[in-house]
Design a protein around this ligand. Structure first.
Ligand code: ZN
Ligand code: ZN
Length: 209
């Protein structure tokens, strides 16, 4: 059965949350919880009479996690993320938003289920140490947060980012088919095929752009 993907930009950086709905059961996965996103997510979920089953945090930067506890409390669903970014959620620091604790830690090779659908977890660090991307092979969809954008990768000039890990992650992305749609953390989605040219150049040179 088909999946419906709803993109919901929210907050000062227009960070994308996604609601992904299984048409057969109306069960839904929510990806990321940006600032001021909970009401927008609720609107889309209500309009489709969907039932969220989990909130997945693709990486722990504040602009992707600020409404985590609000979304979890609204739907009483488990929060899932990689261990290396959990501290950003558990200790927001100077960013003043409610802390939360992940209910399930995701690592490379894990699977998240949505009804009959399976999303495979890939660890794609670089922009953030605990960044993950979830792949749904049947629809050739990759939910990568700030891993990949049209014509570029997530910023590496910020604390916790790593150029060498970004290079390794770019090499990993080349293993996906050209047809794969990559849903990004900000702005438009892209495909592996559209980005393959510059990614290959970066990987073969061993240097970021
Ligand atoms: Zn980020
Ligand atoms: Zn971001």
């Amino acid at each position: 059965m088909q999946l419906e993907v709803i993109q919901i930009p929210a907050g000062p950086l227009e960070t994308n949350a996604f609601v992904v709905i299984d048409a057969a059961t109306s069960q839904a996965l929510i990806f990321d919880a940006p600032p001021e996103s909970v009401a927008l997510i609720e609107g889309e979920v209500m309009a489709r009479k969907a039932s969220p089953v989990a909130l997945i945090i693709a990486h722990g930067h504040w602009d992707h996690i600020q409404d985590t506890s609000a979304v979890r409390d609204r739907y009483e669903i488990p929060v899932m993320m990689h261990d290396l970014d959990r501290e950003r959620l558990e200790s927001p620091g100077e960013r003043d938003f409610p802390a939360a604790t992940p209910d399930r830690i995701l690592t490379e090779g894990d699977t998240v289920e949505l009804a009959e659908h399976r999303f495979e977890v890939f660890h794609t660090p670089g922009h953030s140490p605990g960044q993950i991307s979830l792949y749904h092979a049947e629809s050739q969809s990759l939910f990568g947060g700030d891993t990949l954008f049209p014509n570029g990768y997530g910023r590496v000039d910020i604390p916790g980012a790593s150029e060498s890990e970004t290079l390794a992650t770019m090499a990993k992305l080349l293993e996906f088919p050209d047809e794969v749609t990559v849903y990004t953390g900000h702005g438009a989605s892209t495909t592996i095929g559209q980005e393959r040219g510059w990614i290959e150049r970066v990987v073969s040179s061993g240097k970021l752009l």
